[in-house]
Design a protein around this ligand. Structure first.
Ligand SMILES: Cc1cc2nc3c(=O)[nH]c(=O)nc-3n(C[C@H](O)[C@H](O)[C@H](O)COP(=O)(O)OP(=O)(O)OC[C@H]3O[C@@H](n4cnc5c(N)ncnc54)[C@H](O)[C@@H]3O)c2cc1C
Length: 387
């Protein structure tokens, strides 16, 4: 029998959520091994748009996003570098009166829940912030403390900080099977078996297979999210932009290039661990950009790519202890918005795993919520018995 490599915690997946959780666990003195099928930051966490956005979050995610944003602002204290974080502000543009009304309703809804980070701004203020925008804009929502960062650099910085605290990263080490013997968890890989008291599944779009092995199937599916980056152009846009009526995520880096996306769906190949670009769909996005910035009409695209991301059916992540087994935890299914949450969720996951209670409630992200919903839908569908 193979010798078993031991740790206190095994993390399956070296994306931002795996590396951030590993770092926060190691800060509490825990011995961690991260098992990564490809290489750290190979998938969503290294190839995303870098948006550090609290703007537009679903209500249950807002407390996490606001907490995570404070970590972004102090990233150098945590990692010794800032991951390229630029607090550029994020602006969601309205292009019609009806869209501006939608923005007002959103901000009023947030206010009714006590959240005041999203502010309505009028057309003049939008154009003052971004003078190169097309004149048809009608206003928007502005979040001053949001921004963007460099995804590969950030995830690598988490990895290096974790390594400095003794975390071991094994790349090219896919976990084929997970299994509990007694209280301990074991991960079988082509490089041998790894054992630990606790296990965290942070395997992005591949997490569903592992949760199924633990007897907890989750409705999670992969999507290939696309981005493109343009040639360099003179500085014209400072904020990170989104739109209200159509998909858009848009920012200009200091080097002049512009990154364009906005949950544009390409092709996800889970088995081949690969995303493919669908150029016809990218064209639509290019059209949005030239509508908003007509002077970019002749700007060339340098590169386009697709990253494989995990989506759940209610568009919220799973951040949870297992409901069927002891010592097993999950953090996956970030639905195209998990980069911003990575620093904060890693901290909360470490608290969940070590203290049982995180400092912010994770109840909305419990793994059994899908099952509970399916059961109550089935009960609703039962015929009423009349006497
Ligand atoms: C194109 C694109 C743009 C995006 N833009 C933004 C944005 O602007 N802002 C934002 O907040 N979010 C954005 N996101 C979403 C964000 O990138 C993800 O939500 C986040 O990176 C998810 O991190 P993760 O650690 O859960 O997953 P991943 O980064 O996918 O990491 C999971 C890791 O687990 C490994 N793994 C899987 N199975 C196994 C196994 N069996 N054994 C060992 N290892 C395994 C994988 O190889 C992978 O490295 C974007 C995503 C994409 C694709």
């Amino acid at each position: 029998m193979n010798e078993i490599s031991e740790a206190d915690v095994i993390v399956v997946g070296g994306g931002l959520h795996g590396t951030s959780s590993a770092l926060h666990l190691a800060k509490r003195g825990v011995k961690v091994i991260v098992l990564e099928a490809d290489y750290v930051a190979r998938h969503s966490s290294g190839v995303n748009a870098g948006g550090v956005r609290t703007l537009g979050r679903p209500l249950p995610e807002i407390p996490l996003a606001l907490m995570s944003r404070e970590i972004w602002h102090g990233m150098t204290d945590l990692l010794g570098e800032d991951g390229g974080f630029v607090p550029s502000g994020q602006l969601k543009i309205a292009e019609t009166e009806a869209e501006l009304e939608t923005c007002r309703e959103r901000v009023a809804l947030l206010a009714s829940h006590g959240f005041t980070h999203e502010k309505i701004i009028d057309r003049e203020t939008v154009l003052e912030l971004e003078p190169a925008l097309a004149r048809h804009v009608t206003g928007g929502i502005w979040v001053e403390r949001d921004g963007y960062a460099l995804p590969y650099r950030t995830t690598t910085a988490f990895r290096l900080a974790a390594q400095r605290l003794g975390v071991r990263f094994l790349e090219g080490t896919p976990v084929r099977r997970i299994e509990q013997r007694g209280e301990r968890w074991f991960a079988q890989t082509p490089r041998g078996t790894f054992g630990a008291q606790k296990m965290l599944i942070a395997s992005g779009a591949w997490s569903g297979e592992l949760s199924k092995q633990a007897g907890e199937p989750v409705p999670v599916h992969p999507e290939g999210l696309m981005l493109m980056v343009t040639h360099r152009v003179a500085p014209f846009c400072r904020a990170t932009l989104g739109a209200t009526g159509r998909p858009l995520s848009f920012k200009q880096f200091d080097n002049g290039t512009v990154v364009i996306g906005g949950k544009l769906i390409g092709i996800a190949e889970l088995a081949n661990r690969h995303g493919e670009v669908d150029f016809m769909r990218l064209v639509k996005s290019a059209q949005t950009v030239t509508d908003l910035f007509p002077h970019l009409r002749h700007l060339g695209v340098n590169r386009a790519w697709a990253g494989v991301e995990a989506f759940t059916e209610d568009e919220l992540p799973v951040i949870s202890a297992s409901r069927t087994a002891s010592n097993l935890y999950y953090s996956f299914g970030y639905c195209g918005s998990g980069f911003q949450l990575g620093p904060g969720c890693g901290k909360l996951v470490s608290e969940l795993m070590l203290d049982g209670e995180p400092s912010l409630s994770l109840d909305a992200f419990a793994i059994d919520r899908f099952h509970a919903r399916a059961t109550s839908a089935a009960a609703d569908a039962l015929p009423l018995v009349t006497h």
